[in-house]
Design a binder for this molecule. Structure first.
Ligand SMILES: [Zn+2]
Length: 197
């Protein structure tokens, strides 16, 4: 739940980006390859989660709240973030390294009119990007997966604080989506946040 998507093609190509001694031609090629891989990854993610859900009002709200959080991220560059709604009914959120953040319609509708919970979902996904979790090998165990969530949650809480949203919004969100997480994770994550605060 609320996990960053790992797409092999993206990781394979982006993994080469910091090779030492790259010529400018190679760097330009890599930039194009990254853009292409990013577009493919987005298309794959969108097609497997119900496609892009178009609703101008909802889209504008997501972009407003997402931008309020993203501007406080170490990854922030003006105009580089994309926030989108997916058509899937299952509450979930995703992030791609191309600074694309997705919330499903199921998550959006469960959240309702509480902007702070939208901010919490976005902050958690941005935290995964900051930690470069999508470039790491798959977790070997559930404990390792939970550990990654804990680490992302702490960054997300700090992003919420900087964006002037209540930091406890993340804990409220985690409880709200308890049913779509592995058993016991929501409480474990809330406890971890509380202990670190
Ligand atoms: Zn996560």
């Amino acid at each position: 739940m609320l996990r960053t998507v790992v797409l092999a093609v993206l990781v394979a190509i982006l993994g080469c980006r910091s090779q030492p001694g790259s010529s400018s031609w190679t760097a330009a090629w890599q930039q194009n390859a990254e853009a292409l891989a990013g577009a493919r990854a987005a298309a794959e993610l969108e097609s497997t989660h119900g496609g892009i859900f178009c609703c101008p009002e909802r889209q504008a709200r997501l972009e407003r709240i997402g931008s309020e959080v993203a501007v406080h991220s170490e990854l922030h560059e003006p105009g580089m973030w994309h926030f989108r709604l997916l058509g899937s009914d299952t509450p979930n959120a995703f992030a791609l390294p191309t600074r694309r953040i997705y919330l499903t319609r199921g998550l959006y509708e469960r959240i309702g009119d509480d902007d702070a919970l939208i901010a919490a979902a976005v902050a958690h996904e941005i935290a995964h990007l900051q930690r470069r979790d999508c470039f790491k090998p798959d977790c070997a165990s559930a404990d390792e997966r939970l550990g990654r969530e804990h680490a992302a949650d702490l960054i997300a809480v700090e992003l919420l604080r900087r964006a002037s949203y209540p930091p406890e919004s993340l804990s409220r969100l985690l409880r709200l989506i308890d049913d779509v997480q592995p058993h016991g994770w929501a409480e474990a994550r809330v406890r971890y946040i509380d202990q670190a605060s």
